[in-house]
Ligand binder design. Structure first.
Ligand code: OSB
Ligand code: MG
Length: 383
C-alpha cells in the first residue's frame, strides 16, 4: 500500500438523545476522522470515537487524539513510507507508531482507515478479512439516562425496537433503583450495568445489592486503571465483573486472566473489547482469541461511534470467539441527527445480519462528509 496523502478531519456529530454516564452528559461530539489516500486513488476512512474530555479515561478526548495524530502518529507513518517505499500491511503500520506510548484511540483511527483500504483492494467485507463466519448475531443497547424516568423510557423504547439485551449506566446513589426497575419491567431480558469506574474500595460493597437481580455482569465498577482490585472484589460478588476502561492491549487481557485464575475463576471474568481502546482491530482480534481459548467471555463495546465505526465493529462480531451481544445500537433509534453513511444500519428483532458488501458493508457518505467536515491537517506524499 502506497499513500499519496494522509488527512485528518474533524466532524461534529450531534446525538438525538443526550447520553449520561457516571462521568457526565454528552450531546455534540466533535470526531476526528483519518483519511488515507492511496496512489491508486482509493480512500480509506477511520474514525476515532472520541469524547469531549478525558472523564472516561486518559487520551480519549478529541484534543488529545488530534495532538497525537498530528504531532506524532501521522508524521511517523509518512516517514515509514518514505524510508521503506510503502506500508505493506497492518503490521507495518503498527510498527511505524509502536514507539509512541499509549494513544490507543488515535492509533486505532489510522488502522481502521488501512483496514478499509485492504478490504476495498480485496473487494471483500471486513468480516472475511478478519476470519469471521458468523453472519447473524444478537445486538444490544446502552442506556445512558439521567433519571429513572429516562432509563425506563429508553428501556421501553429499546424493547419495542426488538432489543433483548440492555445495559444500564449506574453510579453511587443511582444503581439498585434503576436496575431493579428495569428488571421488574423485563424479567427475561439480558440485563447488565456499567458503572464507568464510579465506585471506590470504600463503597463498592453496595453493589452486592445488585446480586439478586440476575444481571449478566457489572462493568468496570472500580478505578479506570485498575485490574488487581477488580479481581479481588470479583469473588465477593455473585454477578460477574466485566472490564472495560482498564484493558488496552492483549497484555492487559492476559494480566486479567492471570489475576482471575488466582483470585476467582475465569468464568467470572468478562472483557468488553472496544477496538479503539485496544489500539485497533488487529489487537482486538488477538484479545478475542486469547480470551476464547481460556473461556473468558467477550463482547464488542461502543463509544457512541458514527455508523461508519459501528459498521466496522459489527463486522467483528463475525468472529465466533466473541460470546455476548455488544453495544451496537441506540435505544432511541439512530444515534445521531446526521450520520456519515448513506444507508442506516438496521437490526431486526434485536439481531444484526452481515451482508457481502465490501469493507464495512455500508457506503461512506462522501458528499455529506466533504460538506460538513473540517480538514485539520494533511501530509502530501506525492512525488
Ligand atoms: O463505558 O461503554 C462505555 C459510551 C461512551 C463512553 C463509554 C461507554 C459508552 C457506552 C455507549 O456505554 C456504547 C454505545 O452505545 O456506543
Ligand atoms: Mg463501559
Amino acid at each position: 500500500m502506497k499513500f499519496r496523502a494522509i488527512r485528518l478531519y474533524l466532524l461534529d456529530l450531534t446525538l438525538r438523545t443526550p447520553f449520561t454516564t457516571s462521568f457526565g452528559t454528552y450531546r455534540t461530539l466533535p470526531r476526528p476522522f483519518v483519511v488515507l489516500e492511496t496512489t491508486d486513488g482509493l480512500r480509506g476512512v477511520g474514525e476515532a470515537p472520541t469524547l469531549l474530555d478525558p472523564a472516561y479515561k486518559a487520551e480519549v478526548d478529541t484534543p488529545a487524539v488530534i495532538t497525537s495524530l498530528k504531532e506524532f502518529i501521522l508524521p511517523s507513518i509518512a516517514r515509514a513510507q518514505q524510508e521503506r517505499g510503502e506500508i505493506a500491511d497492518v503490521a507495518a503500520l503498527r510498527a511505524a507508531s509502536a514507539w509512541i506510548k499509549g494513544a490507543v484511540f488515535a492509533k486505532s483511527a489510522v488502522e481502521a482507515a488501512l483496514w478499509d483500504l485492504l478490504a476495498q483492494e480485496a473487494g471483500a467485507p471486513l468480516w472475511r478479512l478478519w476470519g469471521g463466519d458468523r453472519r447473524s448475531f444478537p445486538v444490544g443497547v446502552s442506556i445512558g439516562g439521567k433519571t429513572l424516568d429516562d432509563v425506563l423510557r429508553l428501556a421501553d423504547n429499546a424493547v419495542e425496537l426488538g432489543y433483548r439485551r440492555l445495559k444500564v449506566k449506574i453510579w453511587p446513589g443511582f444503581d439498585v433503583e434503576p436496575a431493579t426497575a428495569v428488571r421488574e419491567r423485563f424479567p427475561d431480558i439480558l440485563l447488565q450495568v456499567d458503572a464507568n469506574s464510579a465506585y471506590t474500595v470504600e463503597n463498592w460493597v453496595r453493589l452486592k445489592a445488585l446480586d439478586p437481580l440476575d444481571l449478566l455482569l457489572i462493568e468496570q465498577p472500580l478505578y479506570d486503571d485498575d485490574i488487581v482490585l477488580h479481581s479481588e472484589i470479583s469473588r465477593e460478588l455473585r454477578t460477574p465483573i466485566c472490564l472495560d476502561e482498564s484493558i488496552h492491549s492483549l497484555r492487559d487481557a492476559r494480566a486479567a486472566i492471570r489475576l482471575w485464575s488466582r483470585n476467582d475463576t475465569l468464568d467470572r471474568l468478562i472483557i468488553n473489547i472496544k477496538p479503539p481502546r485496544v489500539s485497533g482491530f488487529a489487537e482486538a482480534i488477538e484479545i478475542a482469541h486469547a480470551c476464547h481459548e481460556r473461556r473468558v467471555r467477550t463482547w464488542i463495546g461502543g463509544m457512541l461511534d458514527s455508523a461508519w465505526g459501528k459498521a466496522m465493529n459489527l463486522n467483528l462480531n463475525a468472529l465466533t470467539a466473541i460470546d455476548l451481544p455488544g453495544d451496537h445500537f441506540s435505544p432511541s433509534g439512530a444515534y445521531f441527527e446526521r450520520d456519515v453513511v448513506c444507508e442506516p444500519l438496521v437490526s431486526r428483532d434485536g439481531s444484526f445480519t452481515l451482508g457481502d458488501g465490501v469493507s464495512a458493508g455500508v457506503t461512506f457518505d462522501w458528499d455529506y462528509f466533504n460538506s460538513a467536515a473540517r480538514e485539520l491537517f494533511a501530509i502530501d506524499l506525492d512525488r
